[in-house]
Design a protein around this ligand. Structure first.
Ligand code: ATP
Length: 694
């Protein structure tokens, strides 16, 4: 197998203790392939770890119960069809055998057509009924299975969606939350296990029939012919000549190939502007030719194809010969009837198919089970952040919330667990690689209804403060107080319902512009007047007017269009396909205005008591930025508002309080004038901006 110059087997690596590594390494063309050592042999018995089923019994039981609860009728229909499939093949073979034998008998006795005896009639009816019933079961099963699959898929997707939406930020960053889990494959995993049971029963019944045939009519067939009935079945299923059926990992390691891939990537739209601007066309083409030249000496193709090319035609020739074995090696053909030969051929062929199908399931079921396991692990993930038990009801008449972040200790009543609260607020992100805390000993207090501006250099912790104040994260130590109570005591959903935010992440949802804005206040999502008012406040009205579909425009639609392979080249279809796939581009500033409309929509609701704005204007022109800040200030109407911005010139003058941050701590607090007089960090940052305009 490995005499090909481009298929090089690399000796298994061993460590200093000379222990076997768990894989074998092989070079195929440009590929380095690592194959699990126990799977490297070309001959392999179907290996199913039954322990997989026993150790996962509780999980499988839970999953079966889940799909049962989605539709008990479909569930039982599926079980019934599987039971039928298990006996279908052996039963139909049995009836065929019986019928053929009776026909042969009739022919030999010269009673054809005219005088069908009772047995023959029964056999014909039985065979025909079996075929008709089989057709009916297949039709029912296809319909039921498809409907059931979709039903299960939708329900599990819904559960996954719920679990994802309810997950807090910290838990979302957990490795478990990032597990590859595909709810669509759960149904397949459960059906495959039923399929496996069905194939095993079917195989045993067919084997019984074959042994019966060999015992009754083939005693004179000779041992070679009998053995050859089973040889193809065994060989075909233990000769493993496909790489894809093994556990392996492949990686391209050829430098020229990697360069070719990198150069190909440069044709992507992402790099278009740079490539065109740098006039790189000639250079790239020349480089491409060079790597193609270098690669012409190395066999190309996928590792899987190259693996297959390492085998010779001999095994295939041998297997095919084996299939004819029972017939060509009959020692005494005159003793065996044509019917018996036909039955032998049919039974061994069906047996082979059944065995192959079972083997296929045995090979792939573990990966389906792994997916099922991941799905339930993700669904079962519990939020790290514990919800509070106190509903948030703002003080009557208070338009804003008061916030406090201090670093002295104090005894306080708390509904969560402890009555002693350490208020030294520090924080680091879960899994952060930096040794420095994102926030260290932070302390400040904001009165209800104040306009606060947080300034500071990049990475000084401004956005992090907002994340703690909106309970996206809990402080590592210390407590944030909202209206005098620890933030952790409140029900999170209540706090979110009184908060409006506009952040640096300008996300347009794959929904209509109207819904993109209206969703800011879900109870008014269809209130067109409010939506246009919000768009006007954010300066997005002109942007929306430019679209043919106005507020119904979907800027980034979900892409589902697919052009079939044979459809490529069909001009009319291709044009239609391009229309379906079209996304609409807007400039960064326009996007920011559209997203700001959503925040204004939220601020139009009386429920909002707290507004946070985190650097929302990076792509806006100076006029647009000034206008946005002005509108936000005016829409505030006594609510507590916190602004994080680098361009604070025309904002800090209106601020009731400025927090100036450096290295994760608040280094100065005060009003614009107080901090200018102080001549510290704020004055420094302000003067740098002011100098740019003098
Ligand atoms: N998700 C995260 N995981 C780990 N570290 C983070 C994360 N987000 C921010 N940090 C780190 O926390 C520190 C404070 O970041 P933060 O985003 O609060 O700064 P900032 O003052 O808002 O900066 P900028 O002005 O650039 O927006 C930085 O050192 C940053 O690298």
């Amino acid at each position: 197998m490995l005499n090909f110059p481009w298929a090089r087997r690399v000796a298994p690596r061993t460590d200093t203790q000379k222990e076997r590594t768990p894989f074998l390494e092989q070079r195929l063309g440009v590929w380095r392939v690592l194959i699990a050592a126990d799977e490297s042999s070309p001959f392999r018995l179907p290996n199913f770890q039954w322990s997989l089923v026993s150790t996962h019994t509780p999980l499988l039981t839970r999953a079966y119960k889940d799909i049962y609860s989605i539709s008990p009728i479909f569930f039982w229909l599926m079980i019934a069809t599987h039971l039928w499939y298990a006996i279908e093949d052996p039963l139909s073979l049995y009836f065929s055998n019986r019928l053929l034998l009776l026909i042969q008998q009739s022919v030999l006795q010269g009673k054809v057509h005219t005088s069908l005896n009772k047995d023959l009639c029964i056999a014909i009816i039985a065979r025909a009924s079996c075929s008709a019933f089989s057709g009916f079961v297949h039709w029912t099963s296809n319909n039921v299975k498809e409907q059931y699959r979709m039903l299960v898929e939708y329900r599990l997707q819904e559960r996954a969606l719920l679990a994802n939406l309810a997950r807090d930020l910290e838990t979302s960053q957990d490795n478990d939350a990032r597990l590859k889990a595909d709810p669509e494959r759960v149904f397949r995993c459960l059906v495959q296990l039923l399929d496996l049971g069905k194939e095993i029963i079917s195989f045993l019944l067919q084997l019984r029939l074959l042994l019966h045939l060999l015992g009754s009519g083939f005693s004179s067939a000779g041992p070679v012919s009998i053995i050859l009935c089973f040889v193809p079945l065994i060989l075909e299923n233990i000769w493993d000549h496909n790489l894809w059926s093994k556990a392996y990992v492949k990686q391209a390691v050829n430098g020229d190939y990697l360069r070719k891939e990198a150069l190909t990537l440069l044709t992507d739209n992402t790099y278009k502007a740079e490539v065109m601007g740098g006039n790189l066309l000639g250079y790239l083409l020349k480089e491409y030719e060079k790597v193609l030249d270098a690669l012409s000496h190395i066999p190309n193709g996928d590792a899987e194809t190259l693996w297959r090319r390492t085998t010779t035609a001999l095994p295939n020739m041998f297997f095919n010969l084996c299939k004819d074995g029972p017939v060509v090696t009959l020692t005494n053909p005159s003793q065996v009837s044509v019917v018996q030969l036909a039955m032998l051929e049919q039974t061994t062929t069906r047996l082979r198919y059944t065995f192959s199908f079972a083997r296929h399931i045995l090979t792939f079921w573990p990966s389906e089970l792994a997916n099922l396991k991941n799905c339930y692990r993700v669904l079962d993930l519990e939020n790290k952040m514990k919800d509070g038990c106190m509903p948030y009801s703002p003080a009557t008449g208070a338009p804003g919330v008061s916030l406090e972040v201090r670093y002295e200790s104090q005894v306080l009543y708390s509904c969560s667990s402890s009555s002693f609260i350490d208020r030294d607020v520090s924080f680091n992100y879960p899994g952060a690689k930096s040794e420095r805390d994102a926030l260290k000993n932070v302390s400040f207090s904001i009165k209800a209804g104040q306009l606060v501006v947080i300034v500071g250099a990049n990475g000084s912790g401004k956005s992090t403060i907002l994340k703690l104040l909106t309970r996206c994260y809990d402080a590592t130590s210390g407590t944030v107080l909202v209206d005098g109570n620890p933030i952790t005591d409140y029900q999170i959903a209540d706090l979110r319902s009184v908060t409006a935010s506009l952040t640096q992440e300008h996300t347009i949802f794959p929904l209509s512009l109207s819904e993109n804005i209206g969703i800011g206040s879900p109870s008014s999502v269809t209130d067109h007047d409010k939506i246009t008012q919000a768009a006007k406040l954010a300066g997005a009205q002109d942007v929306i007017k430019n679209f043919t579909d106005g507020y119904d425009t979907v800027l980034e639609p979900v892409r589902t269009a697919y052009l079939s392979y044979s459809g490529r080249g069909n001009e009319a279809l291709e044009k239609e396909y391009e229309k379906m796939e079209k996304a609409t581009n807007v400039s960064g500033g326009e996007k920011q205005r559209l997203v700001a409309s959503r925040t204004f929509m939220r601020m139009l609701s009386e429920d909002i008591k707290f507004v946070i704005v985190d650097e929302p204007s990076s792509a806006l022109d100076p006029g647009g930025e000034y206008e946005l800040f002005k509108q936000l200030r005016e829409a505030r109407k006594g609510r507590t508002m916190i602004f994080v911005t680098h361009r604070f010139g025309h904002l800090t003058k209106f601020a009731d309080l400025i927090l100036c941050m450096k290295g994760g701590t608040v280094v100065e607090t005060g009003t614009h004038q107080e901090l200018l007089n102080h001549q510290g960090e704020y004055a420094h940052l302000y003067n740098v901006q002011a100098q740019a305009f003098t």
